[in-house]
Structure formats: C-alpha cells, structure tokens
Write a protein that binds this ligand. Structure first.
Ligand code: FES
Ligand SMILES: [Fe+2]
Length: 383
C-alpha cells in the first residue's frame, strides 16, 4: 500500500514518540469496532478495512466471523463476487478454492477435488466479539487479551445502553484522536447549535496553570490504558476572546457544565463524561482504515435499568442527539481533521514541522503513552 510507511528522514528527527509517528496504519494486536451489529446480517458477508487489512465479516448461526479478504491462491478479494455453496464455507469466485469461515482451513477445491493442497493451508481468521451492538475485531497475531483492556472504563458495564453512528473521515486516525483530546480545539465549536440550543457552558479555550501537569495516566494491568485531561481543574477557561485589549469574540456562558472528564484510551478511543448532557457519555473511536482514512464511530451511552429504558434511550438518540450532537457538534471536528490531513499526511513532515503550545501537553502525553504502551505497530508487510 502506498504511503503506509513514514519517511525515514522524518522518523530520524522525531523525539519522544517515534513509535507513534511510525504507527501510520495504527497499533496492531488491539481490538477495534468494525461495524454495528445491525450492519451484519445472517450469511451476508460484509467487507471492512481495518489498519489497511481487508477483512470479510459474516454472521453464521448468529455468530460473527471474520476472515482475511484475500484468496491464498492468486490473492484476489473474495468480496469482488461472494460465492457460498455450503453453509459455513466461502468459495473463491476465481478457481473455487473453498475455505471454512470458522478456522480458515482450505477444505475443498471444487475445480480440483484431489488437490494435495486441500487441508494443508489456512486463511487468516480474526477473533471477533459482539458487545453493546458493535462488532469488535482483534487485528493482530497474539492471543487476544480481553476486550475490556481496549475500551474505556464504563463502556462494557451492565446496563450501559449504547447507540450511535459511524462514518468515514478523510484523515489519518491520529489526527482524529488528537482533535478529540485537544483542549483548545473547542474554539471550532463556538457556533455549534448544540451549545446554544442546550445551554452549555463552552469557553473559547484554556490557559493552563501548569502545562507540565495537565494529565493523569492510567496504566491498565487488566483494564484499559489511557490518559485523563485535567485541564478543567488546572487551567483558566478563556471566555473573552481579546485582541489588543478589545473583546472580539466570546465563548458561550451557558448554565450547564458538561465534559468534566475527558479521557483517551488505547488503541484510540475517547470518552467524554458527561456529554452531551448530565447522565450521558460519549465514546468515540478513530479506527484506522488506511493511511489517510479513519472510521469515526461515535456512540452515546446512558446507564439504564431495564430493556425498555435502553430501547427508549436508543430512540432518544435517533430522534434528538444524532442531529444535535453527533452531527451538529461533531461535524466541526470532521472538517477540522480533514483540513489537518494535508500538513501531516502528504509527506509526513507535519510531525516535525508542527509548533506545539502549552495546551498541547495533553496531546504530547498521549503520544508518549501510546508509544510506550501499544502492543505493536501495523507495518506494510502485514498487509
Ligand atoms: S484466486 Fe482464488 S481460487 Fe484462484
Ligand atoms: Fe470537538
């Protein structure tokens, strides 16, 4: 895949978080949400791309399965024309090599039933978990750790109802993470209809009191590894935007204080608590698709006591919060990330030409943590 490898001359100059800059295609050996459960129907294979790997998902007897979307024979994608002649198998449209979905074994070759290769080759299969209405795929080579080590705290809690949407964004996944976890990026949300319409307090930015002490790391032994942004407590919010002593723009002095806790977790998922109002959380993944695209998967969560409450919450998300928050607010983030892609993506030079300021300390701490604690870097020879 072109552009998947970072310019070595750039890597040479990166200090402090080189593995992160290398991870253009994401971190290997982690769990990623690929699609929503409702997108994966019984025996209807769906193609997905994670970390540059083309993967074919399917649901068989209700159970989600994932295989490499590339025939071992001549490398074509099964998804070009999906052919299944027996339940639990997939047959390549080209020369009819036939594989088991469950373990990837080459079980038959219809065009040469006596081939000595039958039973001797195995297609890569991926561990899959279905939780909270999402299909998670483990992209890697090691025995997968529990899913709970790769999702934010609270996400898997019993009673946490989850609902949302996903879309493709034309920027590298790291620009997604760094937009979400960037304290001063809230400047782009100053005209958001969510803020005015929902009476939210939203400053223009934050002046850190001690930029060196603006995050708290959580290193998970069994749980997830991530970082809390403490700027809310350790900064002075800027509501009056001044130039030469004259107020030129103002933040929004709403009554509702939200987003008290913002945290980022490996392999690249943000939690905002509470958001977009008290009693709700937003979780959002920036899933690497290829070097210049990420899947922005946004969900809202609320603790519920019954199935009826959970259903009502999902209806409320559909009726109100998608338009107001997941689109109305986060559309700002999408275009900001896409506008950042050119500088970082075209020749990787943004990583060494950027000039960071005090409020970027949280981003710097994330880069360091991710560099130290990831389980592997996706390389082009894995593709
Ligand atoms: S390329 Fe798939 S069977 Fe030949
Ligand atoms: Fe934002």
């Amino acid at each position: 895949m072109s552009g998947a490898t970072v310019d070595p001359a750039v890597l040479e100059k990166v200090r402090g978080w080189r593995p992160y800059v290398e991870a253009k295609l994401g971190f290997r050996n982690h769990w990623y949400p690929a699609v929503f459960s409702h997108e994966l129907l019984e025996d209807k294979p769906v193609e997905t791309m994670l970390l540059g790997e083309s993967i074919l998902l399917n649901r068989l007897d209700g159970k989600p399965r994932a295989i490499r979307n590339r025939c071992l024979h001549r490398g074509v994608k099964f998804s070009k024309q999906v052919e299944c002649y027996k339940k639990g198998t997939i047959t390549c449209w080209y020369h009819a090599w036939t594989y088991n979905w469950a373990d990837g074994e080459l079980s038959d070759i219809i065009t040469n039933p006596s081939s000595s290769l039958i039973g001797k080759h195995r297609l890569k299969t991926y561990p899959v978990r279905e939780e909270k209405g999402l299909i998670f795929v483990f992209v890697g080579d090691i025995d997968p750790p529990d899913l709970s080590s790769d999702v934010p705290p609270g996400f898997l809690d019993e009673g946490m109802a989850i609902h949302g949407k996903r879309r493709m964004v034309k920027s590298n996944w790291r620009l997604g993470v760094e937009n979400g976890f960037d304290a001063s990026h809230i400047f782009i949300h100053k005209r958001s209809k969510l803020v005015a319409g929902n009476d939210i307090a939203l400053p223009l930015g934050f002046a850190p009191i001690d930029a060196g002490d603006s995050t708290r790391a959580v290193i998970g032994d069994t749980g997830p590894t991530g970082l809390y942004d403490l700027l809310g407590e350790k900064s002075i919010p800027v509501f009056e935007g001044e130039l030469s002593g004259e107020t030129v723009i103002e933040g929004h002095f709403g009554a509702k204080k939200v987003a008290d806790n913002i945290s980022i977790w490996l392999p690249g998922v943000l939690k905002v608590d509470p958001w977009p109002q008290e009693g709700m959380n937003q979780f959002e993944w920036y899933v690497p698709v290829d070097a210049t695209t990420h899947c922005y998967l946004q969900v809202l969560g609320r603790m519920t006591a019954t199935k009826e409450e959970a259903d009502a919450f999902r209806q409320e998300v559909d009726a109100k919060w998608i338009e107001l928050a997941l689109d109305g607010f986060n559309d700002d983030d999408v275009w900001a990330r896409e506008a950042t892609e050119e500088f970082y993506g075209d020749n990787d030079r943004g990583w060494i030409e950027e000039r960071l300021f005090e409020t970027d300390m949280a981003i710097v701490e994330w880069r360091k943590l991710a560099s130290q604690r990831n389980r592997g870097i996706q390389r082009s020879d894995n593709l």
